[in-house]
Design a protein around this ligand. Structure first.
Ligand code: ZN
Length: 240
C-alpha cells in the first residue's frame, strides 16, 4: 500500500464512484456522472489503485490523463486510495481505509464494479466496497469521520469478461455520450496508444456498447447497472 491521495477538504457528496483503476469510472459510468453533474448533484470518484504498470503508461502519465478526464466530467472531488494495482485484495486493512473515506465523504449512493469479471482487481474492488459500506457505519472505532451507511450500491460494468448482462436498470446518457467518449479518450496510454487504429477501434466498441443499451430502452445511448437490492422510484414518470 502507498499513501492515499485525498485532496482536502473532503466535501460531502451525493454520489461516490469507487473504481479499481483510473479509467474504470469513465468507461462504466462516465455518461451517468455527466448527467448527475448537469442536474446539480455532488459527485466524486475514488480510484483504489494508480492502475500502473501498464504497457504504455506510467504513474505520471496516468495522473495527467486522470486529471484531464476529471475536468471533462466536471466532478467535485477525486482521490486515490493508494492500494496496490494487480494485487488488490478485499482485506481488513483495505476495508478500514476505504470505510474511513466513505465516513468523511458521506455519499448517499455508492457506484462500483459488478462482482463478476475476469480482472481480479475488479472482483476484489466489488467485494471491498460491499464490506466497507457496512464497516463505515460502525461506532466505537478509531476510523476518521462519523458512522455512515450509504443507502444503495449500484454496480456498473467496466468489463474484461464478455458477459451476457441482465441489468436492473439502464440510464439514458444520450445527451452526454460525446463528452463521455472525450473523457475516456483522455486515457491515451490505455485506449489509443498500441491499440488498433482501424475500425472497430476501442472507442468504436465502447460507442456500440452504449448504443446497444440505448436501443434497449428506446434511447440513443445508455449505461446499464445492476442492483442487488430492490430499485425504488418516487413514481413512474422517469420510466422509459
Ligand atoms: Zn480496471
Amino acid at each position: 500500500m502507498s499513501e492515499p491521495i485525498l485532496p482536502q477538504p473532503l466535501p460531502a457528496l451525493d454520489y461516490l464512484v469507487i473504481a479499481a483503476h483510473p479509467d474504470d469510472a469513465e468507461l462504466g459510468v462516465g455518461g451517468t456522472i455527466l448527467s448527475l453533474k448537469a442536474h446539480g448533484a455532488r459527485v466524486g470518484i475514488l480510484d483504489l489503485t494508480d492502475g500502473e504498470p501498464t504497457p504504455h503508461g506510467s504513474p505520471e502519465i496516468r495522473r495527467r490523463e486522470t486529471d484531464a478526464a476529471s475536468t471533462v466530467l466536471g466532478i467535485d472531488w477525486r482521490g486515490n486510495l493508494g492500494l496496490p494495482n494487480r494485487l488488490l485484495v478485499a482485506d481488513l486493512d483495505a476495508r478500514k481505509r476505504l470505510a474511513g473515506v466513505i465516513r468523511q465523504l458521506r455519499p448517499r449512493i455508492l457506484l462500483s464494479h459488478y462482482w463478476e469479471d475476469a480482472h481480479p482487481d475488479h472482483v476484489a474492488a466489488s467485494a471491498l466496497v460491499d464490506a466497507a459500506r457496512f464497516t463505515a457505519k460502525l461506532t466505537k472505532t478509531d476510523m476518521p469521520g462519523e458512522p455512515h451507511y450509504p443507502e444503495k450500491i449500484v454496480y456498473f460494468f467496466s468489463l474484461h469478461l464478455r458477459l451476457q448482462l441482465r441489468p436492473s436498470l439502464v440510464v439514458d446518457v444520450s445527451a452526454y455520450h460525446d463528452a463521455k467518449l472525450r473523457a475516456v479518450a483522455c486515457y491515451h496510454s490505455q485506449f489509443i496508444q498500441g491499440r488498433p487504429a482501424t475500425s472497430p477501434t476501442f472507442l468504436d466498441d465502447l460507442r456500440d456498447w452504449s448504443r446497444h443499451w440505448g436501443w434497449a430502452i428506446g434511447a440513443a445511448y445508455g449505461e446499464p447497472f445492476v442492483c442487488r437490492e430492490a430499485v425504488g422510484l418516487r413514481d413512474l414518470r422517469d420510466l422509459r
